[in-house]
Write a protein that binds this ligand. Structure first.
Ligand SMILES: Nc1ncnc2c1ncn2[C@@H]1O[C@H](COP(=O)(O)OP(=O)(O)OP(=O)(O)O)[C@@H](O)[C@H]1O
Length: 637
């Protein structure tokens, strides 16, 4: 039923505290943001600080959705496509951060759609032609985006009641059926014709009539050129195919192994490849084929891999380049991929393009120092490769993936409270070790976040991407590394960034706090993804505001909410997270205090609960006021 569908829809949203009364015990028409009118359903989720994903697949299961509004929220990414909602009448997506081109067919078949509000987003490209085809369009507001090209001729049978395309990059002649008000078009440098005061040049390329003879000539030439290019491509493709087949034949006759990392990869004779003789392997190889390192790392040109520990299984650069590979992700520093070395280990290779802060000697020394670290909660560096333009760091592959995918993956987390506590304790121990080993580094980890916490088969965490701050180019580090998302990183005053007695900044502690809040709430800190601006304070601010409203129960992830005899300890961890996320650096705990408090935690509440931690209950209820600065970030209120 609709109730179930909407509750599912809510799980894709972040910061959805405003929808707290969406549950099975109340009538759907009384839920926040829901209006039931004339038998149809209207979702009016405006100004609620929402972000995350608008899952249209789920919405499609609603019996009769008539209008959909998420005006004035924090949604990002491509505009959601509603062209399967044939009965939708109103679509209001204004004042978010939707970006990118909108596909031409985004409004296909939406015969009933009469109101479209996309204003104040970051959409680019042409105004989609399917929007111009809507027969019942009455209101259209696209102002303040990055639309370009011509304004199409709208085919609506109505006279527009609202029409505004101002402040885009539109050009050409204004079609007749828009608005009579010049302000509807202002802020577009290239527009001409009525109702603006400038007349269009007769030869205006943008709206020239189709039938002129020169146009026909151009068309014929274009067709010939395309045909020639097509023919040449077919010949080239046939040639490449022939060569590939010849190569394959040569290979199988000499029984040599192949290089799945190269574009020519097809069959392999090593044991690893046999594991990949299923359909999945085709996908992997296809992905890997785009990752042809061989062109850049020519044999013998640039030295070899440098192994940092004696006991590591050795392989050389050429073996690595021939390895069967799968791209794991394109993070903020470069591509990361999993590689199965022929007759060797399974490793993860990270390519770093912005790692030039150290000279060659210093770089080698720093990597050897990282390689000498040894702690069960740190993923050891296996090897590195140095080139001026690019560095490769090689780690062991961790089968069980990262904490982020366990918490936010499609299948839901399923992580219980004891597992989450074990993960946080492991992270804290890994951090403590790093801090002891690097007493002079300002940010011993520097990039602590849930995708850099890997989990082994017994769910023990292993930190990765630690200790890289000194090697990274400063501007890149400041823009992308997690520690620089702490609020003080955006402050210009040196006092606010001053290191503490140990010469260390407290920004890693901020990241630990965010990680704790993420683990307890199951919510993804939306601003992890927002590079360079905004920090990652949204989650901390949200938790703080919910706690201040005394709805602490609402904070915890549903998968741990029912935990018996552990609620007290969960609450203590929440407080620790909040103290680590203190906005003011002076009031924030330092790493020693935070880690000591984490070590005190237990899976179950003790009989004499008050003695097990010296954080008082009053600390929580007297939670700090939100500063002006902070409230301007505060996503959900
Ligand atoms: N050693 C490893 N074993 C298994 N998975 C890994 C390993 N190292 C990284 N990953 C996973 O590969 C994916 C891509 O990693 P990558 O470092 O490129 O991106 P990221 O961590 O999301 O962002 P960033 O570049 O900011 O660190 C992530 O999901 C990460 O958890």
């Amino acid at each position: 039923d609709d109730r179930q569908v909407l509750i599912k829809f809510k799980t894709f949203l972040s910061n959805a505290s405003a929808l707290s009364n969406w549950n099975h015990s109340t009538r759907i028409c009384n839920w926040n943001g829901i209006r039931c009118r004339k038998g149809g359903l209207h979702l009016i989720l405006e100004k609620m600080g929402l972000s995350g994903t608008i899952d249209t697949d789920t919405l499609l299961e609603l019996s009769d959705l008539q209008s959909f509004s998420v005006k004035n929220n924090n949604f990002e990414g491509n505009m959601p496509i509603f062209n399967r909602f044939g009965r939708l009448k109103g679509l209001y997506l204004s004042q978010n951060k939707f970006s990118g081109d909108i596909p031409d067919n985004a409004f296909d078949g939406m015969r009933h759609l009469s109101k479209v509000y996309l204003d104040e987003n970051e959409c680019t490209g042409h105004i989609p032609s399917s929007l111009a085809e809507l027969p019942n369009l009455l209101d259209l507001d696209l102002h303040s985006n990055g639309f370009e090209g011509n304004i199409p001729d709208f085919k609506t049978q109505n006279t527009f009641r609202v029409f505004n395309v101002s402040y885009n990059h539109l050009e050409g002649e204004i079609p007749p059926n828009g608005s009579d008000d010049p302000s509807a078009y202002e802020g577009n440098k290239g527009l001409c014709g009525k109702p603006l005061n400038n007349t269009c040049q007769v030869s205006s390329p943008s709206r020239k009539r189709e039938s002129s003879p020169s146009r026909k000539r151009t068309l014929v030439i274009a067709i010939i050129v395309v045909a020639v290019i097509l023919l040449a491509s077919i010949i080239a493709a046939l040639f490449v195919l022939r060569r590939r087949r010849q190569k394959q034949r040569r290979r199988s006759s000499t029984s040599t192994t192949t290089s799945p990392l190269r574009k020519t990869a097809t069959t392999t004779t090593n044991i690893h490849s046999e594991q990949h003789q299923n359909s999945e392997s085709l996908v992997i190889k296809e992905k890997a084929s785009s990752l042809d390192l061989t062109a850049e790392f020519k044999k013998g040109e640039s030295g070899d891999l440098n192994f940092v520990k004696k006991e590591n299984e050795r392989f050389d650069l050429q073996q690595l380049l021939r390895a069967s590979a799968e791209i794991l992700g394109g993070g903020s520093f470069g591509t990361t991929y999993k590689a199965i070395v022929l007759n060797g280990p399974v490793v993860v290779v990270k390519r770093f393009k912005h790692m030039n802060n150290l000279g060659k000697g210093e770089f080698f020394e720093h990597m050897r120092r990282l390689g000498s670290l040894n702690h069960p909660n740190l993923l050891p560096l296996v090897a590195f490769y140095y080139r001026k333009e690019e560095k490769l760091l090689v780690y062991d592959f961790v089968e069980n993936g990262c904490l982020a995918s366990h918490l936010h993956g499609r299948r839901g987390s399923g992580l219980d409270w004891p597992t989450r506590l074990k993960i946080i304790k492991g992270v804290a121990r890994g951090l403590a070790y790093l801090y002891r080993e690097f007493p002079d580094e300002k940010l011993p980890h520097g990039h602590l976040k849930s995708s850099n916490v890997l989990l082994d088969e017994s769910m023990e965490p292993r930190l990765t991407e630690y200790g890289l701050v000194p090697a990274m180019n400063k501007s890149h580090a400041q823009q992308f590394m997690a520690a620089y998302k702490a609020p003080e990183a955006n402050q210009s005053s040196p006092e606010q960034r001053r290191p503490n007695n140990n010469n260390q900044l407290k920004s890693d502690v901020w990241c630990l706090g965010i990680l704790i809040l993420e683990v307890l709430t199951g919510k993804f800190p939306a601003n992890y993804l927002r590079h360079g601006k905004g920090g990652n304070s949204d989650l901390a601010t949200w938790v703080n505001s919910v706690v201040r409203e005394e709805w602490t129960g609402e904070v915890f992830d549903k998968d741990i909410l029912g935990t018996r005899n552990g609620e007290g300890e969960m609450l203590k961890l929440l407080k620790i997270g909040m103290f680590c996320c203190e906005w003011e650096v002076e009031n924030r705990w330092d790493w020693k205090e935070a880690i000591a408090k984490i070590e005190e935690l237990k899976e179950k509440d003790s009989e004499d609960d008050s003695s097990s931690s010296n954080i008082s209950e009053a600390d929580l209820s007297a939670s700090r006021p939100i500063t002006d600065d902070e409230s301007s970030f505060a996503a959900p209120k």
